[in-house]
Ligand binder design. Structure first.
Ligand SMILES: CC(C)(COP(=O)(O)OP(=O)(O)OC[C@H]1O[C@@H](n2cnc3c(N)ncnc32)[C@H](O)[C@@H]1OP(=O)(O)O)[C@@H](O)C(=O)NCCC(=O)NCCS
Length: 148
C-alpha cells in the first residue's frame, strides 16, 4: 500500500514543481510563474501542497476576504490522479477555513470539467448559476458555493 498523502503549506522551492503540474493540468489556460510567485510573496492565506514520498503531487490555492473565501485553483499531477490527493487537499483546506471562521466558499469550474465538478460536489459545493463565456476560450463556467 502506498504511503498516505500529507498536506502542508507551499514553499518557494515547490514553485517549479507546481508549474509543472499546472501546465500538465491546464495546458494553454495554465497560470504563469508570476501569478504563483505573487501569491507566495503576498503570503496568500491558503496555498497548500500535497506530498507523498517527499514528492509534491498537487496544490490548492485559496483566497479569503472577510468571512468569504474563494477556491482559486486545485490541480493534481495526471500520474497521481484518482488516488485521493485532491481529497487530502480539500479536507485540509476545509479544516483551515473552518478554523478561520470563514462562512461561505465559492469557486468557478468549466461546465465541461466533470471530474472537478464531481470532486466539488463531494465536498458540499452546489451549482449557483452558469456564467456564460466566463473563460478566455469562450466556454461557460459554473459558479459553485457552499456554506461552512
Ligand atoms: C479534479 C482533480 C483535482 C481531482 O484530483 P484527484 O486527486 O484525482 O481526486 P481524488 O482522487 O482525490 O478524488 C476526489 C473526488 O473527485 C472526483 N473524481 C476524481 N476523479 C474523477 C473521475 N475520473 N471522474 C469523476 N469524478 C472524479 C470524485 O468525486 C472523487 O471522490 P471519490 O474517489 O470518493 O469518488 C484532478 O482531476 C485534476 O487535477 N484535474 C485537472 C485540473 C482541474 O481541472 N482542476 C479544477 C479546476 S476548477
Amino acid at each position: 500500500m502506498p504511503d498516505p498523502f500529507t498536506v502542508r503549506k507551499l514553499r518557494w522551492r515547490d514553485l517549479d514543481r507546481v508549474l509543472e503540474i499546472e501546465r500538465a493540468s491546464f495546458g494553454a489556460d495554465a497560470y504563469d510563474r508570476k501569478l504563483f510567485a505573487d501569491c507566495l510573496r503576498a503570503g496568500e492565506d491558503l496555498f497548500l501542497a500535497v506530498e507523498r514520498g517527499r514528492i509534491v503531487w498537487g496544490y490548492l490555492m485559496g483566497c479569503a476576504r472577510g468571512k468569504r473565501a474563494e477556491l482559486v485553483s486545485i490541480a493534481v499531477d495526471p500520474a497521481a490522479r484518482g488516488e485521493g490527493a485532491a481529497s487530502a487537499l480539500m479536507e485540509s483546506a476545509l479544516r483551515r477555513w473552518k478554523r478561520r471562521r470563514i462562512d461561505r466558499l465559492s469557486l468557478m469550474v468549466k461546465t465541461a470539467n466533470r471530474q472537478a465538478e464531481t470532486c466539488y460536489l463531494k465536498y458540499g459545493f452546489r451549482r449557483v448559476r452558469r456564467v456564460r463565456r466566463y473563460y478566455e476560450d469562450g466556454s461557460d463556467g459554473w459558479l459553485m458555493a457552499r456554506n461552512m
